[in-house]
Design a protein around this ligand. Structure first.
Ligand SMILES: [Mg+2]
Length: 373
């Protein structure tokens, strides 16, 4: 093994990037994207980028993930070979509980370097490219629906045909009104979904969910608290509209329990939940074996994490309902990638260069850094 493939150093930054509008969810509001950027460097001077994108109400805090990287994972891998990525992931899982976003960042940066060393994109390291583009979903989540409706019209012109409405942060009539208006204007040209982000109480959920049965939604996502698997299973069994589990299924173990209990018809895959791309593939393998669909989810991310997610989506044997990597293009006021994250005609295109196939603009990275470790 050449010593040039040994890891020399690692740097961690907490960044905060402004967004174009407030987005509301059943579990809270977002007014900026606070994320953690990891940069690993090899003895030969190659750089690998990774991102941990936590949301405190969902996965964890930026501070705990930055610490997991700077105080635990980087010291663990210094002087060791980048090719030991799975060995590192096993050690990371053994030595630090939670912080799945930091584990995703670690794996992404290592795969970025391995791809650059080998001259192949990350999806080739995961088994190859099943698809080089995937339909993009935009999340309708502005409490001011007039603004969102205008935005949806503009995005429709851009070629977007999938919209996911965030529901459960105002009242039920507001949620129904928004779905109805979009369905009335565009008919079946649009693929519509809703996501409660755990916003409903189990005892009040079913009548509300039934009100959506006639709108031909592709799915209803995570109506109740993540731990209420029995209610999720009941909705899946009772409703015609498919149910998707997001917060209820993070990792392979939860996917197995979710499949056994049939808590959903679809799982949302996110590298920030599973703790990396390969663990997300394990979740997908369990879903496939159980006849459960998968969807390409994301957290509040910059283009680095979006790109890692896009490589995962390319490598999935099956992808049923598109992906939602819209932040870089339609939500951040400015991304930190040197070239725009590739979205065209309503589809995400997967970069085909070595590693992630994208680079980071260091000036903008510096501009948005609020803390460096
Ligand atoms: Mg969700």
């Amino acid at each position: 093994m050449s010593s040039s493939h040994l890891i020399r150093s690692g740097g961690v930054r907490v960044v905060e990037v402004p967004v174009t509008e407030i987005h509301s969810h059943g579990s809270g509001d977002i007014s900026s994207v606070k994320s953690v950027v990891l940069e690993l460097t090899t003895e030969s001077g190659l750089t690998g980028w990774g991102e941990a994108s936590p949301w405190p109400v969902f996965t964890g805090t930026p501070e705990s993930n930055a610490s997991a990287l700077a105080d635990y994972f980087i010291p663990m891998i210094i002087g060791r070979s980048v090719f030991d990525v799975e060995v590192f992931m096993a050690e990371a899982e053994k030595h630090v509980v939670h912080c799945s976003e930091a584990k995703a960042a670690l794996e992404t940066a290592l795969l970025d370097i391995i791809g650059k060393v080998s001259g192949v994109p990350i999806y080739d390291l995961l088994g190859g490219c099943h698809r080089d583009r995937m339909p993009l979903s935009f999340s309708i989540a502005n409490p001011d629906f007039d603004t969102d409706f205008t935005k949806a019209e503009r995005l429709f012109e851009d070629g977007l045909r999938i919209f996911k409405l965030k529901t459960g942060f105002k009242d039920h009539a507001f949620d129904l009104m928004r779905v109805e208006k979009l369905r009335d204007k565009y008919g079946d040209q649009l693929d519509l979904r809703i996501d409660y982000n755990q916003g409903l109480k189990a005892h009040e959920a079913l009548p509300k969910l039934r009100d959506f049965e006639n709108f031909r939604l592709s799915f209803i996502e995570q109506p109740v608290r993540k731990a209420n698997l029995e209610a999720m299973a009941h909705f899946t069994h009772t409703l015609t509209t498919p149910i998707m589990a997001d917060e209820s299924v993070f990792n392979p173990r939860e996917a197995l329990i979710g499949a056994q209990m049939r808590v959903a018809d679809i799982f949302s895959l996110k590298i920030m939940k599973s703790g990396g791309l390969r663990r997300a593939l394990e979740v997908a393998a369990i879903a496939k074996a159980a006849g459960i669909g998968v969807y390409g989810g994301c957290m509040f991310e910059t283009g680095i994490a979006h790109t890692a997610g896009a490589h995962l989506m390319a490598a999935l044997p099956e992808l049923d309902l598109g992906c939602e990597f819209y932040m870089s293009t339609y939500y951040l006021t400015e991304d930190i990638l040197s070239e725009p994250f590739p979205v065209k005609d309503g589809f995400v295109r997967v970069p085909s260069g070595p590693g992630l196939g994208v680079d980071v603009d260091r000036k903008r990275l510096e501009k948005y850094t609020i803390h460096q470790l």
